[in-house]
Design a protein around this ligand. Structure first.
Ligand code: AMP
Ligand code: MG
Length: 488
């Protein structure tokens, strides 16, 4: 395990032609302090756990004294925001500090969010608030622990200078990690500014770094697009299975690697509601929970258009056709896991669909229902009251439970084995809005222990964590309809 000073940088993005990024020095907080450091992310970088306790940690990642080898830059991109093309966005408050190459060969972008203005700030202050950085910090680790591809989070750093949003808020910075921060919108920027050579250079850059099996291959751009379509379909299938709504699926927030990227007003579902809108700034529900697959495909069509100097229109259209079957198969596979089924049968799709209708009809708490399903008793006539009590009237569930029971028996499912398997699939601890909000409120008062406590829970969401059961509960009244907007 290494010291900070031993990190090795390999800044592949900085070596792209001028026009891909602007060199920007970070604007550190004068009084920066550590709010929380994530031990799992330190390990990803190969850093010793003790490194986070050094004052240098805050100085390095807060941008005050960048390490030799860092080349901070803001990436340019564009994007379709709520359906409208915005020709120039870019990192308005984020900087790629550098790309770390670890001893095991992995590469991690060190991305500082809230590090001051850039040429792409469009009048914004370049800052982020403690509320939104804590939300991203916790959510990215929560999704990772649930097996959902995502950027990771290294640390949250605080400052004392006020940041002005709807209210005066505490400023903060987040350092996140990802193999790449290239977005659909990065390709759109170069395509729509008529720079086909830069579209090609960007595609080659992404292929070289992340699709090594395609390097130099004939037809590689079409194969690259096919893989992005599939990765995105698999990502959204996982969101739907864990009950996560991203909230702002603009093309500038979609990762070319199929990672969950740019956490804003996201939401983990409490009561199951297919039309769940987590973003208060999205009154029409463009990005509602059940719209996510459709929107992902729409965004992929924007990406396909941006690649039309590399692939033909016919190819783009045909490859977009991969989305729906990939999504459907992957979603069904995830739901079989949640139901503890090991075989794939024709009747599984209606079994899943009918369950969703029941969950929606009775506004059943999504995580708690599935966690309780982990103890389903498949014995004849078993009452399964802990599950039944979620439904009004419970008879609707009884009919479904009888089908589920038959289905389990027909594949010879053994309760104890299935229970153990499902305990690693259906989490006990989910980053509900009220849990995040409680950690934020404490942090705003200067008590960061709750952030660390919630991080530990959501990083090991399948474990029981005796004494912490309150964090697995449905929201208390105050936490039922928390307003989360785009402001961050
Ligand atoms: P988002 O939808 O949060 O990912 O943000 C959309 C764009 O606005 C991104 O390009 C951000 O960099 C930029 N942006 C958001 N907030 C700020 C801010 N406070 N200062 C500068 N740019 C910002
Ligand atoms: Mg964004």
């Amino acid at each position: 395990m290494a010291l900070l000073e031993q990190l090795v940088f390999d800044n592949t993005y900085a070596r792209l032609p001028p026009g891909f990024a602007a060199r920007v020095a970070p604007a550190p907080f004068p009084d920066a302090h550590l709010v929380s450091a994530n031990p799992a992310a330190l390990r990803l970088l190969g850093l010793d756990a003790g490194e986070a306790a050094r004052p240098e940690f805050v100085r390095v990642f807060g941008g005050a004294t960048p390490l030799p080898g860092m080349e901070p830059l803001a990436m340019v991109y564009a994007g379709h925001q709520f359906g409208v093309y915005v020709p120039r966005l870019g990192d308005g408050r984020a900087l790629l500090l550098g790309e770390v190459r670890t001893p095991d060969g992995a590469k991690w972008d060190l991305h500082l969010k809230g590090g001051g203005p850039t040429p792409f700030s469009r009048g914004g202050d370049g800052r982020a608030v403690l509320r939104s950085t804590v939300r991203e910090y916790l959510a990215s680790e929560a999704l990772h622990a649930l097996g959902v591809p995502t950027t990771r989070a290294l640390c949250v750093l605080g400052g004392r200078a006020p940041v002005y949003r709807e209210d005066v808020e505490t400023g903060a910075m987040l350092v996140r990690l990802a193999p790449s921060h290239v977005r659909f919108g990065t390709f759109e920027f170069f395509h729509h500014t008529d720079q086909p050579e830069h579209v090609a250079a960007l595609a080659e850059h992404v292929i070289a770094g992340h699709f090594p099996h395609l390097v130099g291959q004939e037809g590689r751009y079409a194969r690259f697009f096919a893989e992005v379509v599939e990765r995105t379909a698999r990502l959204v299938a996982r969101w739907q299975a864990v009950g996560f709504a991203h909230g702002v699926m603009n093309t500038d927030n979609l990762s070319i690697l199929g990672l969950t990227l740019d956490y804003g007003p996201y939401g983990f579902m409490d009561d199951f509601d297919p039309g769940f809108i987590c973003n208060h700034s999205d009154p029409h529900g463009r990005y509602a929970f059940d719209q996510q697959p459709r929107v992902a495909l729409w965004n992929l069509a924007c990406l396909g258009e941006a690649l039309l100097t590399l692939i033909t229109e016919d190819e783009a259209r045909a490859l977009l056709g991969l989305f729906q079957p990939t999504f459907a198969a992957h979603f069904l596979a995830r739901m079989r896991e949640k139901l503890g089924l090991t075989e794939a049968r024709q009747e599984d799709r209606p079994l899943v669909e009918d369950l969703f209708a029941l969950l929606a009809g009775s506004h059943v708490d999504y995580p708690r229902f599935f966690r309780a399903l982990n103890r389903f008793d498949s014995g004849p006539g078993a009452p399964n009251d802990a599950l039944r009590d979620h439904f009004l009237p419970p008879e609707g569930f009884d009919a479904w439970a009888a089908r589920y029971q038959d289905r389990l028996l027909s594949e010879g499912s053994v309760d104890a084995d299935r229970h153990a398997r499902m305990d690693r699939v259906n989490p006990k601890y989910v980053l509900r809005n009220w849990v995040a909000q409680q950690a934020i409120a404490r942090a705003q008062e200067g008590d960061f222990a709750e952030v660390d406590r919630v991080l530990a829970l959501v990083s090991a969401p399948f474990d029981e964590h005796p004494g912490m059961e309150a964090y697995a509960a449905s929201p208390p009244t105050w936490g039922r309809h928390l307003v989360v907007s785009c402001s961050s």
